[in-house]
Structure formats: structure tokens, C-alpha cells
Design a protein around this ligand. Structure first.
Ligand code: 3H9
Length: 689
């Protein structure tokens, strides 16, 4: 019928196959022939049942995201799903791979859904700042009940076939051959005879008495939404499914969707969706990747242990190397404990824990790294120590092994030069806790071979990380921009702001925490050591560190953490310290507003981002956004610092940077030439489009 939708017959069953690689998105060129096919099959007397299946690696993974923000071409998804429900003969969705978003909504338009045992099903629209706008919020609760629907729609996390079966979302699970299984199922159903009830009419699970429990769950959720509109709209729409007649609930869903899709938050989140995929692309599609089976990790401290877990979680065998038996046992025990916590939380099964622990091998001898294909060093952040480690690695690693450093700041070129094989050396900057945090800055040194880079980017995705390739400079992309923010946060304290006030401005902006809470959590000593190595100072943080107050781990930092609490309480001593230091410097405290805090902390970050682009440290502005959202908690609804700069207005930012530069004389306020150039030409390419 078309290149994208074909119809075949198997006895009385018609099979409609969607073939729109790579993920069978429901683009206009699919919707049109799909609608035509369904209308004609509905009216054909010889057709007893209809199966909807997909070619390739997956069932439909959703609406075509690239079409959002453009005029909708008819038929839209809602029209197709409404039409599906007018078909009296049994309709069956044959699901393999992923049935996501509009894909699951398509399946919900069918009478029956059967899925491969490996399939996953979900409504991830919330991650794009949207709600399922094709009836998903109204039909899903009919099958699985409102609370389960709420959790699936608001988290956006897909569920497996077994869970979907137990929840009532699908009717059968099978192994392999989706279309053949669906044809068998469909002809069996046709044989039984109708009438077949569409999902919309199976609203027995929408017990109105549940409204109170539902509203309680929504109130909890609102607290966690951090200013994001989509989760709240999702909840509202599921509630409508309970409280309103079906058609009215659908209309309300459409209105909520229209509002979200036109809003800045969804634009920002869609930008991030494509930015993450773009960041994972490195030149040279045909480059042959090196084979990685066994990974070595040097250092079993917090960072090394987390990195080792990240690889084991991805199914890799891991050799963990420590200097002494004692340190090794401590590190392995910590890994064991971390997995035990996951088991106790229900996120990992006992079996999986055993399996993962079985992948670890501990050692104190460098020779044991000889069979590793990749070795990641996570030792103390000091050049001399790193060089010594790389010298030893050079002696034992097999030819072709990739040697990676987990440095957060140091010069990877210099580290590479301490080996006889700089082409095999690369930076892998993980973020703590490394088994949890998604970001991986992959540092390309001058001599890093293209196949090493390509291998590590691909590997990163295999272990569930979001890779971004960056160049060599102090602190790479993330920490370099963080430095600009950090030093000005301290200056604001001396001028009259409090840590609580600044942190509050950040959380109101959408960050999970402000700079001082973050410093306390990460350990103030990290920045302190780094400053000392570079001959820099930060008056308040340095004094706290000199007094042995490193933040949460010592119970005291910018805040107090009494009796092991993780909740920050104001620290009167810090307030006194700030007053003293300000007086020492002759600064009279003044009232500082939220706008000033934003301008002086976030605008210099954007300026630094522009310099990073100028220098080619990041290839694209969107890469910087990916770094900040995945590594530092920049609010997803604002799309990352560079995207947000577009929303805020480059002219405004430059004007205020000029103002603060004039007033303070600080270099990091001086607008980067690229920033000016982009403002003048109107080009903020790939960022705020
Ligand atoms: C929706 O459905 C709204 C409806 O409720 C209502 C409407 C009224 N559209 O991720 P990958 C591209 S909203 C367009 O690397 P994987 C992607 O950009 C949608 N393009 O593969 C990439 O392109 P490129 C709800 C899409 O195997 C290529 O496909 N659905 C779409 O790692 C490969 O992608 C979702 O949010 C799309 N929907 O993962 C699901 N999806 O090669 C979004 C992918 O040029 N998709 N592309 O860079 C995913 O989560 C993953 O792609 C998936 C495969 C898990 C399916």
C-alpha cells in the first residue's frame, strides 16, 4: 500500500505492518496510509480480525517528536485511535521491542494487546514535558486502574511484559514471532465471536471511591515536581478520566497537551532529547570499535567502586585493583553493601545481586590487569600519582587496551605522554555516585585515536551513561563552568546574601539544590584542594576547610548536619564568619535580590560556555546542555544553560554581563566574543531553535 504501511492476509486475519525505521514513529507518512488501511479493512467482509504489527526492531515508539511545534497534518493520532474503536471485528496489537507513547496509545485503541516477553511498554511523554495526548491518560486507567496509570504516566518509566500482564495492560505474553502469535490469537478471538469491548468502555477499574487516595498521591507528586508542569498535567488528566465522561476527559487531555507542547518546558525537554542523541555521535560511522569484555578499575574508593559497579551493571567482568588487601576488602565490602541496599529497596533481585557480584575480581597486583581491554584509573587527583599509575599500566596492559583516566580537572595530554601509547589514552570523567549519575565526559586528548573515542562513546551508552565528548582544559566543560559560578556565589555572601538565600534562589529556579548545599554534599575539601593546587582562594569555604568542616561528611559545612542528618540546618557560625570576613574586607552588607543572584551566578556560566565553544572544547552548545542537565542537576524544564540563555535573551545577558564587568572588573563577566557575535547575528544555532 505504501512504503511505510503494508497489509497482508493470513486466512481471515489481515496484518497491518508499520515499517518506519528506526523506531516506527507515527509520522504523517505513516498515519495517512495507516488510517486508509484500517478504514478499508473495517469494511471488508472477508476480514474477520485485524493485527497491527511492526517491522524492524520495535513496535511503535511514539508519535514523531520532530513534528511537534509544527502544524498538525491530518489524520492525527486521535482520529486514528477513535476510528480503531469503531471496528467491530477483533483488533490485536502485536508488540515487540518497545511500545511507547503514541505506540502504546495505538495498542490501547485495539481490543487486545499481546507482547513478546522481552518487550517494554510505557508512556514516557512526561520526559518530553508532555502528557500522553492520544488518549493514553484516559484509556490506560480503564485497564490498569488510576493509581497504576498515574505511576506509569508520571514516572514515564516503561514496564516489562510480565508486569504489564499482571496489571491487566496486555492479554498475553509470548516468546518470539510476534506477528504469527498475534494472527493465531486474533483468529481465536474472531472464532469466539463478539461483541468485543473497546478499552474505553472497560472502565470498571475507575472506581470513583479511589479519588481521595488518588488526590493524596497527586499531592505527594506536586511536591517533587520542582516547577515542572507536565507531571501535574499528567495527574490532572488521569483524574479527569475518573471524574469526567470519556469524551470530555479526552477533550480535556487534548487541551492540556496543546498547552504543554507549545510551552517552553516541553521545547526545552525535546531539545534535550535530541541533544543527548547528537552528543553520542562521533565522526567516522565506519570506524571499527575495539572489543571490550573485561574492564579494570584502579582504586576501590567511592569513585572507583562506583565506576566498577557501573560496568558490572552493564554486564562487564571487572577487575578491581587496590594498593593493599585491606583497602581492597573495604572497597569490595562497600560494593556489596551498595547492592544490598538496592535489594532492600526492591530495585534489584537477590539473584541479580549475586550475578553482578560474580563479575568482580579483586587484586593488588598490576599484572592482573594484563587481560583487561579497558582500564580506568580512579586514584588520587594529583598529576604525579596519575603519571605513576599510567607508567605502570603501560608496562602491563596488553597491546590495544584502552587506558582511561577518571580525572576531573587534570591535563589528559600530560597523562597520556607518560605512556608509550598516547593514542590509547582517553579521559572518562564519571560523576559521583558513578553507578547512578548518567553523565560521562569523555575527554579526547590530542593523540587519542578515533577508534578509541568511538569505542568509549558506544560503551558509555551500553552501560547506560549519557556520553559527551570534550576537549582538554582545566575542569573540562562541567567543572570549568562550575568554577565561574562558585567563586561568584562566595562573593555574594560577603556582600550580604546568606547561603540559605542563594540556595533558595537556585531551588526556586528548579535545581534540586543550591551551590552551598551541593558543596556540603560533595565535600568542601574537594574544591579546596583544587584551589590550593592552582593558587586560588575562596574566603569562606577555605576557612571552613581549615577548621576541618567539609560539609555533610564532617557534620558541618555551610550548614549543620546534626546526628548524621542529611537535612541542612542554618549554621550560625557561618553567618558570623561571613560578617567577620566582610568587615575585614571593608564590605558593608546590603540587601541582594534574586535577580542579582541569578545574573551573577548563572550568566557567567553561559559566558564560560561560549568560551568553551570558541575554543572547541565542546563541539556544540547542546553538548554543554547535556553535561549540565545530566551531571549537575540543571533543571530539565529549562533545557540546560545554553538553551536557557536563548530563552532569557542573549542581549539581556550581555547587557548585564557588561554591567557586572564594569562594576567588579572581574574577567569572567566580560562577554565572550562569540556571545556578542551570536547575539548580533541572531544565531544561537542548535540551541534555542
Ligand atoms: C508521543 O508519543 C505523544 C503522543 O502521546 C500524543 C501525540 C498527540 N520520534 O534513542 P535512539 C530517533 S511523544 C522521532 O538512539 P535506542 C532518535 O532521535 C513520543 N524520532 O535509539 C534517533 O535518531 P538519530 C513518546 C525518534 O535504540 C533514532 O530514532 N515516545 C523517536 O537507543 C534512534 O533513537 C518517546 O518518548 C520519536 N518518537 O532507543 C520514545 N524516537 O539516529 C522516544 C526515537 O537521527 N524514543 N527517535 O539520532 C526512545 O525512548 C528511544 O528512541 C527508544 C530506542 C527506546 C525507542
Amino acid at each position: 500500500m505504501s512504503n511505510f504501511v503494508s497489509v497482508t492476509r493470513d486466512g481471515g486475519v489481515a496484518v497491518v505492518t508499520i515499517d518506519n525505521p528506526p523506531v516506527n514513529a507515527l509520522s504523517f507518512h505513516v498515519r495517512e496510509p495507516l488510517m486508509q488501511a484500517l478504514v478499508s479493512l473495517r469494511d471488508e467482509p472477508d476480514v474477520a480480525a485485524i493485527v497491527i504489527a511492526c517491522a524492524g526492531r520495535t513496535f511503535v515508539a511514539g508519535a514523531d517528536i520532530t513534528e511537534f511545534g509544527k502544524p498538525v497534518q491530518q489524520p492525527d493520532l486521535r482520529a486514528i485511535f477513535a476510528m480503531l474503536e469503531t471496528i467491530a471485528k477483533p483488533t490485536v496489537a502485536a508488540i515487540h521491542g518497545t511500545a511507547l507513547g503514541g505506540g502504546l496509545e495505538l495498542a490501547l485503541g485495539c481490543h487486545f494487546r499481546i507482547a513478546d516477553s522481552q518487550a517494554t511498554l510505557g508512556l514516557p511523554e512526561v520526559k518530553l514535558g508532555l502528557l500522553p495526548g492520544g488518549g493514553g491518560t484516559v484509556r490506560l486507567p480503564c485497564l490498569v486502574g488510576p493509581l497504576k496509570a498515574l505511576s506509569m504516566i508520571v514516572s514515564g518509566t516503561p514496564i516489562g511484559a510480565a508486569e504489564a500482564l499482571a496489571a491487566g495492560l496486555i492479554d498475553a505474553v509470548f516468546d518470539g514471532a510476534p506477528t504469527a502469535q498475534a494472527v493465531r490469537f486474533a483468529s481465536e478471538m474472531a472464532g469466539k465471536g463478539g461483541p468485543f469491548t473497546p478499552v474505553r468502555d472497560r472502565d470498571g477499574r475507575l472506581d470513583k471511591a479511589d479519588l481521595a487516595a488518588f488526590d493524596k498521591a497527586v499531592a505527594e507528586l506536586a511536591k517533587k515536581a520542582r516547577g515542572l508542569e507536565a507531571p501535574i498535567a499528567c495527574a490532572q488528566s488521569v483524574r479527569n478520566a475518573m471524574a469526567l465522561p470519556f469524551e470530555e476527559a479526552l477533550v480535556a487531555e487534548r487541551e492540556l497537551f496543546a498547552k504543554l507542547v507549545a510551552g517552553d518546558q516541553s521545547r526545552a525537554q525535546r531539545h534535550l532529547f535530541f541533544a543527548e542523541r547528537e552528543a553520542a555521535k562521533v565522526a567516522g560511522k565506519d570506524i571499527v570499535r575495539r572489543k571490550i569484555a573485561r574492564v579494570g578499575v584502579i582504586g576501590a574508593g567511592t569513585m572507583g567502586g562506583g565506576i566498577a559497579m557501573a560496568f558490572a551493571n552493564g554486564g562487564f567482568s571487572v577487575t578491581v585493583l587496590e594498593a593493599t588487601q585491606e583497602a581492597l576488602q573495604r572497597g569490595l565490602a562497600m560494593i556489596d553493601k551498595n547492592y544490598a541496599v538496592s535489594v532492600s529497596r526492591g530495585s534489584l533481585s537477590e539473584d541479580n545481586k549475586r550475578q553482578r557480584l560474580g563479575l568482580f575480581k579483586g587484586s593488588t597486583a598490576y599484572d592482573d590487569l594484563a587481560d583487561c581491554d579497558l582500564i580506568v584509573e580512579a586514584v588520587f587527583e594529583e598529576m604525579a600519582v596519575k603519571k605513576e599509575v599510567f607508567g605502570r599500566l603501560d608496562a602491563v596492559a596488553k597491546p590495544g587496551a584502552i587506558l582511561a583516566t577518571n580525572t576531573s580537572y587534570l591535563d589528559v595530554n600530560e597523562i597520556a605522554a607518560s605512556t608509550s601509547r598516547p593514542q590509547d589514552v582517553v579521559g572518562m570523567h564519571f560523576f559521583s555516585p558513578a553507578n547512578v549519575m548518567k553523565l560521562l565526559e569523555i575527554v579526547r586528548a590530542e593523540k587519542t585515536a578515533p577508534d578509541v573515542l568511538a569505542t568509549i562513546v558506544e560503551l558509555a551508552r551500553r552501560i547506560g551513561k549519557v556520553p559527551v565528548v570534550v576537549g582538554v582544559c582545566h575542569g573540562f566543560v562541567g567543572n570549568r563552568m562550575l568554577a565561574a559560578r562558585g567563586s561568584e556565589s562566595e562573593a555574594l555572601l560577603l556582600e550580604g546574601a546568606t547561603p540559605q538565600q542563594i540556595d533558595r534562589v537556585f531551588t526556586d529556579f528548579g535545581w534540586p539544590m543550591g551551590p552551598f548545599q551541593m558543596g556540603d554534599l560533595a565535600g568542601l575539601d574537594i574544591g579546596w584542594r583544587n584551589r590550593m593546587a592552582r593558587g586560588q582562594t575562596a574566603m569562606i569555604s577555605d576557612t571552613l576547610c581549615e577548621q576541618g568542616h567539609f560539609g555533610q561528611k564532617t557534620g558541618r559545612g555551610f550548614y549543620l548536619y546534626e546526628n548524621g542528618s542529611r537535612t541542612p540546618a542554618p549554621n550560625p557560625e557561618v553567618e558570623a564568619l561571613i560578617r567577620d570576613k566582610a568587615a575585614e574586607k571593608g564590605i558593608a552588607p546590603r540587601a541582594i535580590g534574586a535577580d542579582e543572584i541569578i545574573e551573577r551566578t548563572l550568566y557567567p556560566m553561559i559566558n564560560e560556555g561560549a568560551k568553551i565553544l570558541e575554543e572547541g572544547i565542546a563541539a556544540r552548545a547542546s553538548d554543554i546542555d547535556v553535561v549540565w542537565v545530566n551531571g549537575y542537576g540543571f533543571p530539565v524544564g529549562k533545557g540546560g544553560p545554553m538553551f536557557w540563555a536563548g530563552l532569557e535573551g542573549l542581549d539581556k545577558i550581555i547587557g548585564r554581563l557588561d554591567h557586572w564587568h564594569e562594576r567588579t572588573g572581574k574577567d569572567f563577566f566580560k562577554p565572550a566574543p562569540l556571545l556578542r557575535q551570536m547575539a548580533e547575528t541572531g544565531a544561537w544555532e542548535g540551541v534555542a531553535s
